[in-house]
Design a protein around this ligand. Structure first.
Ligand code: HEM
Length: 428
């Protein structure tokens, strides 16, 4: 079955995500009626839409079968794809970071910073991160009984942490924040460079490219500095990183800085802001967590699920395969829309843990998932994995356990006290 045109349109429409309810309803419908089917929105190559947690996990786990780098890693119009390839000598990517790589490159590039991000090394940062957090709480208190929490706290605190780890001086943080928002908010007239809705694919690509160039200019200078004056920061690792004994390529090095400078704070800022918004709308939940700080760990988990700051990612099948018993016509692709489902976030967690190494050792996945059945046909197809769904009952894990007050759209909300991450049968 092909996904109905109105649903397919919502999946690729940025305003549906801004609306929230509209895209949530689309995903709720998909999970119930068509959890694994092809969307053919106008202006896009057809792609598979993967909305169930177990299927998304399978796509993530099979990283030899579902590639990142072969085509754009986010939903992209045919026209924008053409324009990027024209600019990049045939490559579908404006940058080449870990997100756009597959093995063996992914493994080799990841090794450069992996050590510094291991839990034991991150633990060493904990005291400093707490100190920064306390500073922001004090600043918030200075605002008195009103503040713009997103602007004054949520955007700035994770930014400061990430920039310290990377090695960007505090004076440059506003610049990094603006560039990040322009990059990820390219479709948003409130954030992008043009100040208007992007309707022309060429214009959209040009505007992203100009942001990328500004990032590159900044990090070029940083590379020179860290080669001459190495420090104890991520920038020094990137500037001096070697792949097979050779310095990293320029595009790859610049892309490495860009992902390091953007991915960590945009996601966590959105989560923090979205969590406080949800608590403000659900004072009973707020009261619970204030009365019992041991609930904070659960609050953080649920907040990431609730907000789902990364909405989707795309993969391209490299060979014929079958997913949850479905075969795709030969030479198509699969897309994993991650918005708004907890599944997205889970996807990324799994990937981070397993991509460059072996498969995860424990899993509750169905054995039917992706096999490389020779007669079936995911080869060349793209699939989109989408995360949190508006309809709690149709998504993964904790949503079925949520108390009613949390969700603005349904009769369920996240449970602050939930500590497991199991999915119900229906959600799988
Ligand atoms: C709420 C928090 C976060 C969410 C929801 C999130 C989400 C994601 C997702 C979905 C991906 C995979 C994209 C894909 O497969 O195409 C990803 C990859 C990545 N994220 Fe995050 N992220 C978060 C926090 C962070 C932080 C704090 C950092 C850095 C300090 C970070 C750095 C990265 C990097 C480097 C990758 C690429 C990893 C790889 O391919 O090996 N993220 N993230």
């Amino acid at each position: 079955m092909t996904i109905p045109a109105d649903i397919a349109k919502d999946i690729v429409d940025p305003t549906a995500y801004a609306d929230g309810d509209r895209v949530d309803q689309a995903f709720a419908w998909l999970r119930k009626e068509a959890p694994l089917d092809i969307a053919q929105p106008e202006g896009f190559d057809p792609f598979w839409v993967v909305t169930r947690h177990a299927d998304i996990l399978e796509v993530e786990r099979q990283n030899e079968l579902f590639h990142n780098g072969d085509r754009a890693t986010v939903l992209t119009t045919i026209e924008a794809d053409r324009k990027v390839r024209e600019m990049m000598g045939g490559s579908p990517h404006l940058v080449r970071s870990l997100v756009q790589m597959d093995n063996p490159d992914h493994f080799a590039y990841r090794k450069i910073t992996q050590g510094s991000l291991l839990p034991q090394n991150l633990r060493a940062l904990e005291a400093r991160i707490r100190e920064i957090a306390r500073g922001f709480v004090d600043r918030m208190a200075e605002h008195g009984d009103r503040c713009d929490f997103a602007r004054d706290v949520a955007f700035l605190y994770p930014l400061h942490v990430i920039m310290e780890v990377l090695g960007v001086p505090e004076s440059d943080e506003p610049r990094m924040l603006k560039l990040t928002q322009e990059l990820f908010g390219n479709a948003d007239p409130d954030l992008n460079r043009t100040g208007k809705s992007v309707t022309d694919a060429g214009e959209g690509v040009d505007s992203i490219q100009s942001v990328v160039m500004d990032f590159m200019m900044y990090f070029n200078a940083m590379t020179e500095d860290r080669r001459a004056n190495p420090r104890n920061d991520l920038a020094t690792l990137i500037a001096n990183g070697k792949i097979n004994g050779e310095p990293m390529g320029h595009l790859e090095a610049m892309s490495y800085y860009i992902i390091a400078a953007t991915a960590g704070h945009d996601t966590t800022s959105s989560t923090t802001a979205g969590a406080l918004w949800a608590l403000a709308e659900n004072p009973d939940q707020f009261a619970k967590v204030k009365a019992d700080p041991s609930l904070i760990a659960g609050l953080i988990e649920e907040s990431i699920r609730w907000v789902t700051p990364v909405k989707h990612f795309m993969r391209t099948a490299t060979a014929d395969a079958e997913l949850a018993g479905r075969r795709s016509p030969r030479a198509t692709g699969c897309s994993c829309p991650t918005r708004p489902a907890t599944a997205t976030r889970r996807c990324s967690t799994t990937r981070s843990a397993s991509r460059s190494t072996a498969r995860p050792t424990s899993t509750s996945l169905s054995a039917t998932a992706l096999t490389s059945a020779s007669a079936s046909t995911w080869r060349g197809w793209r699939c989109g994995c989408f995360g949190r769904s508006s309809s709690p009952a149709s998504t993964m894990s904790s949503w079925t356990a949520r108390p009613p007050a949390w969700s603005p759209t349904s009769s369920a909300g996240p449970s602050l006290s939930r500590s497991d991450s199991r999915c119900t049968e229906a959600e799988r």
